[in-house]
Design a binder for this molecule. Structure first.
Ligand code: NAD
Length: 309
């Protein structure tokens, strides 16, 4: 691997676009490809005309694609990765994908001398923007070490999880916990609103109590102010991740007692028209079903400085 490898990004949406700009601004040449001309243009990244051209121009090819159906099409298509990748190249899949499919792709690309890394990412759009994503990777550790400086442009930690597929398995487990914390907090916040609680005070209490979680800390303080943090994972993609979680547990012979309920919340959001909006909007879907409840515009009923012990 060259000291300053050339890189490519296939999929320049919310995550891929941000990560590609971090890699470019970190000093590594990058070309991008996206099936959507608008996404390609908005990314501001130098464009390749096709996947084959991107592969030709890159030592390292990153993927940031919606799901395994799309990833498999990009790998197996006529001008796809399998047809165009060369011995010694590295392909790093930053998508959240089916671990079984990812493990099969390892084998297929491996037979051409191409290293494939399934690398789940966590932190969302804000961490991608700041370059503080957490990476959970499966496959050979050697490319992770060789590309440490490239990873540093967009991540704060890289964990090697083991065998092919283990990175995406880890990501699916993490996103179940992320999703269920979001759906459960959304439900509690809608109930709190209907109960007439001061929502800022409610969050403050939760954040100092045993109900604290990522959503109470990082999502709802913004949501109650009307900022849904658009630009992050959509309800559709969250529902996709929950389906991956349920399939994984079934395959492992583990009964999921809460996964279906959690999937239901994000499917509800899709059915009510919030599918392409950020998954924080699940709170509006739950609010719709509760009679049109919104978390914004409530009256403060508590003196913000007036907590007692
Ligand atoms: P996105 O929908 O914003 O971006 C996906 C991009 O892929 C789009 O620009 C789309 O046009 C492009 N694309 C679709 N089909 C293509 C094809 N055949 N060839 C080339 N490009 C194609 O999604 P995102 O939010 O950036 O998420 C990307 C992946 O990262 C998903 O797997 C998601 O689950 C995962 N992820 C997202 C977040 C997040 O916070 N958004 C966090 C962690 C992981």
């Amino acid at each position: 691997m060259a000291d300053s490898p050339t890189t490519g990004m296939i999929g320049l949406g919310n995550m891929g676009g941000r990560i590609a700009r971090r890699i470019r601004d970190g000093g590594y040449p990058i070309v991008g490809y996206d099936a959507s001309p608008a996404a390609l243009e908005q990314s501001g990244v130098v464009a390749a005309a096709s996947i084959a051209e991107l592969v030709e121009r890159s030592d390292v090819v990153f993927l940031s694609l919606p799901d395994s159906h799309v990833i498999e099409a990009v790998v197996h298509g006529d001008d796809g990765l399998l047809a165009s990748a060369r011995d010694g190249q590295v392909v790093i899949d930053l998508s959240t994908a089916d671990p079984g499919s990812s493990a099969r792709i390892h084998g297929e690309l491996g037979s051409k001398g191409v290293e494939f890394i399934d690398a789940g990412i966590s932190g969302g759009a804000a961490a991608a923007e700041r370059g503080t994503l957490v990476i959970m990777a499966g496959g050979s550790p050697a490319p992770l070490a060789a590309l440490a400086a490239v990873f540093e442009t967009f991540s704060s930690a890289v964990y090697h999880m083991g065998e092919p597929g283990s990175g995406h398995t880890t990501k699916v487990l993490n996103n179940f916990l992320n999703a269920i914390a979001l759906a459960a907090t959304a439900e509690a916040m809608v109930a709190g609103r209907k109960a007439g609680l001061d929502l800022a005070q409610l969050l403050d209490v939760l954040n100092h109590s045993t109900g604290v979680n990522f959503a109470t800390l990082n999502r709802f303080p913004h949501v109650i102010e009307g900022d849904y943090l658009e630009g992050g994972l959509t309800n559709e993609l969250m529902a996709k991740d929950m389906r991956l979680y349920l399939a994984l547990l079934q395959q492992l012979g583990v009964t999921s007692f809460t996964g279906t309920a959690c999937l239901g919340a994000f499917d509800l959001a899709g059915a009510l028209g919030y599918g392409k909006q950020i998954s924080n909007r699940v709170v509006d879907a739950i609010g719709d079903v509760a009679g049109g409840v919104r978390l914004q515009g409530y009256e403060r009923t508590v003196d913000p400085g007036g907590e007692s012990r």
